[in-house]
Ligand binder design. Structure first.
Ligand SMILES: NC(=O)c1ccc[n+]([C@@H]2O[C@H](COP(=O)([O-])OP(=O)(O)OC[C@H]3O[C@@H](n4cnc5c(N)ncnc54)[C@H](O)[C@@H]3O)[C@@H](O)[C@H]2O)c1
Length: 418
């Protein structure tokens, strides 16, 4: 079955979140592109040229004349290339939750035509695309894989809120289910990615590449987090140690912190799930996860200790947590570890308030049942914990926020204005 060419490529992006929307915008500059999302409210906001994820400006959305948005499956049937960018979270038991991925595959299967290519950008474990996703596509389309339709995998590497590493400036891994398809997919991405592409020999190689990039980052942070906890026991200033160690040319300058979000704190579980299913029980990856999942508890205990050392009565002490999103200058609140810190502090009888000017108040209420402060009261708190160093928080005056003997705590070198 002939596959599409660059001349007749017609692209449908499935899932218009942090990954899908910038991709749709980039592809629409070269090819007719349609963005599909099951969330009608997302389509409505994009139709009014507003992106609540803050990845694409209104001006850029208005300039995309070759891009339209829909929540209706019947409107994406002209596409011959489908690119799936839906969430791949974990369940409460920390196993892959493939429901969105399989649902999106099933939807695409309903409109799939002979010769079409389906490319996955969602992060998943090696073999998932050519097993679980392929099965869902075959079942709902009644077409045969690698005879009637083809697959590709091109993991996304964007880093939201990082303006120097945007989609087209990051080299893109590509792969396809046959050599011809891989070459085509590589040329398709190569036509929009200025940083170039790197075509690998199989889809599972591309899946594994993405997963280990994030697992490595998780481990590097875990090492620094463990070092931070060890320094605490030894009564050594961990941040000073890091500053000193960074003066060596090959020391990797990671910083301690809460590892949240839907990538670094999630992807290693996709890999361990796959490995466990074949009887291999990874030690290093799992230890890193364990350390990083311990951090919220460590931080809460540290805050309690600091307040005790400052002679602050713990019962009913007022703690202000600044920041709840999973990273600085980004509105994404998924898998935030701040609610765990809050809960742990509350178990000591502490009263905790949270303020984050980047986060959507209603979303936080819905996801975590936490009412964010609208604005900050003055001279009020016994402890201020800067959890996320948003630019908008760094200009706050900590002396005006705290009581006279208040404690200020952060894992970074960021100081609030004083
Ligand atoms: N956000 C990042 O920084 C980032 C970076 C690299 C990789 N990834 C990976 O990319 C994938 C997407 O992540 P994201 O951050 O863009 O997610 P997101 O939650 O921001 O967006 C996903 C979108 O998909 C839509 N959706 C859900 N189910 C759907 C379905 N069945 N059909 C159509 N649309 C559906 C949702 O309504 C939502 O708008 C995930 O696998 C993630 O791990 C994310």
């Amino acid at each position: 079955m002939p596959i599409p060419t660059l001349q007749n490529a017609h692209i449908a992006i499935i899932g218009l979140g942090y990954v899908g929307l910038p991709l749709a915008v980039a592809f629409s500059k070269a090819y007719p592109t349609i963005g599909f999302d099951i969330d009608k409210s997302r389509i409505d906001e994009l139709d009014s040229a507003f992106d609540s994820t803050q990845q694409v400006s209104s001006q850029d959305l208005q300039n995309c004349t070759n891009l339209s948005f829909t929540h209706k499956l019947s409107q994406i049937t002209k596409a011959n290339i489908y690119i799936i960018c839906v969430p791949t979270p974990i369940t409460e038991n920390k196993t892959p939750n493939l429901s969105a991925l399989l649902h999106a595959s099933e939807l695409v299967g309903k409109v799939l035509q002979k010769g079409n290519i389906v490319i996955y950008e969602s992060t998943t474990y090696p073999t998932c695309t050519e097993n679980e996703c392929k099965n869902a596509l075959e079942k709902s389309s009644n077409l045969v894989f690698n005879t009637d339709f083809y697959l590709g995998y091109s993991p996304e590497r964007i880093n939201p809120s990082d303006s120097s590493h945007t989609l087209t400036q990051i080299q893109k891994i590509t792969s396809g289910s046959t050599q011809e398809v891989a070459t085509f997919i590589d040329s398709l991405y190569g036509s929009i990615i200025t940083a170039g592409t790197f075509c690998v020999s199989s889809i599972k190689t591309a899946e594994m590449t993405k997963i280990i990039e994030n697992a490595q980052r998780d481990l590097n942070i875990a090492f620094i987090n463990e070092m931070y906890m060890i320094c605490d026991v030894l009564q050594i200033d961990a941040l000073e140690v890091l500053e000193a160690a960074k003066t060596k040319w090959n020391f990797l300058p990671f910083t301690p912190g809460l590892v949240g979000g839907h990538c670094i704190s999630v992807d290693p579980y996709y890999l361990t799930h796959k490995l466990n299913s074949i009887g291999y029980h990874p030690q290093v990856i799992s230890s890193g996860r364990l350390i990083n999942d311990t951090m919220p508890h460590f931080i809460a205990h540290k805050i309690i200790k600091l307040m005790l050392q400052s002679d602050i009565e713990i019962l009913n002490a007022k703690v202000l947590i600044l920041g709840i999103t999973f990273k600085q200058n980004c509105p994404d609140i998924r898998n935030s570890k701040v609610p765990i810190v809050k809960k742990e502090l509350e178990s000591f009888g502490v009263r905790v308030s949270v303020y984050d000017p980047m986060a959507d108040k209603q979303e936080v209420q819905k996801m975590y049942h936490i009412s964010l402060l609208d604005e900050l009261p003055l001279a009020y708190f016994d402890c201020i914990f800067l959890a996320v160093a948003h630019d908008k928080l760094l200009c706050l005056n900590r002396k005006k926020l705290g009581k006279v003997k208040s404690v200020y705590y952060t894992l970074t070198s960021h100081k609030l204005d004083s």
